[in-house]
Design a protein around this ligand. Sequence first.
Ligand SMILES: Cc1ncc(C[n+]2csc(CCOP(=O)(O)OP(=O)(O)O)c2C)c(N)n1
Ligand code: SF4
Ligand SMILES: [Mg+2]
Length: 381
Amino acid sequence: MPEAAQTPGNGSPPGNGTGPVNGNGQPNGPGLGARRPASLTLVPAAQEKLATKDFKSDQEVRWCPGCGDYAILAAFQAFLPELEVPRENVVVVSGIGCSSRLPYYMDTYGMHSIHGRAPAIATGLASSRPDLSVWVITGDGDALSIGGNHLIHALRRNVNIKILLFNNRIYGLTKGQYSPTSEQGKITKSTPFGSLDNPFNPVSLALGAEATFVARSIDSDRKHLTSVLRAAADHQGAAFIEIYQNCPIFNDDAFAPLKDASSRDDQLIRLQDGEPIRFGAAGQRGLRAARYGGLEAVDVAAVDSESLLVHDAGQDDPSYAFALSRLDTAAAAHTPIGVFRKVERPSYDALMAQQVRETQTKQGAGDLATLLAGGDSWTIR
Ligand SMILES: Cc1ncc(C[n+]2csc(CCOP(=O)(O)OP(=O)(O)O)c2C)c(N)n1
Ligand code: SF4
Ligand SMILES: [Mg+2]
């Protein structure tokens, strides 16, 4: 862990956090020009150039050989220098699970916290310390079983946190019980005759909670994952990223069709904002609107080109992004990856800071002891 935070803890924006360049005079992040990523405008710029190794802790990484978590960790550590923020202004908060061990391996501040509660802890942190870049690491069990409530409220509040959900469709740490994303009928240690539950689609769930940034990526595609991390960092508010992660021990090859050369071109749909949606080996497939608000996959050559969709992550109404997310239910074997939705809405932390400022202007700074002892409080004798 870094030795000391260099920035104020009182919620006031640090003086050097709004400039267009970092301490090295270099612009931040590819594609952003001279401006800083949108979620980091109140986070100070690093005074030195950081590298991947600066984000690696001295802890031995303890995941099983071949676990997809390694690839996600490596991509995350390699991406963070791009943000050009000091390590002591980066905080990684996790819950409980194999995935949630990640903060140990980061040379940043971090917290391996309480099962399912990482979004709540991160909410407090991001709301009281706008000078921090706050990342949540969670698993499908952690985020969607015990932590389901915390996740949806962090998303609807639009707290300025970035949530990475490692979805291996299984409880890894506790040795292979089914999770809320396990497919119906799955045989596990806790479902010996097959799971009866209908699984969550995490992207649909996040959109239902009206998250302002929702994306999906895959552990094995570092370039894609990095591009999604970059887009998330450039979003002021809550960013939710589902990352398909292979657990070779308890749920091996759960995402094999999306990785195998024989099937991935037909199944995987790479979303690019502003670009026509195309997939298939020769880009011969596309999407168009179907009845009742759904989408359908079609042969591009067989339909009116005007009916083919161009991806627009900025649609204010989440219906289109939701329809995209429904393509990868069991019946429709198409899986979009990339940014489904990215819209602007004031973040909770910014609204809270504004409310505190306005109230203090009207009523003064206030005093906690006076508040606790005043008004609606009384002594029971
Ligand atoms: C209050 C509480 N309930 C249950 C557990 C047991 N437990 C630990 S991790 C876990 C699920 C982890 O699954 P997931 O979030 O998918 O993480 P993975 O290990 O797959 O990365 C459970 C049920 C616990 N530690 N604490
Ligand atoms: S049990 Fe699965 S998720 Fe956990 S470390 Fe091993 S391979 Fe990774
Ligand atoms: Mg899991």
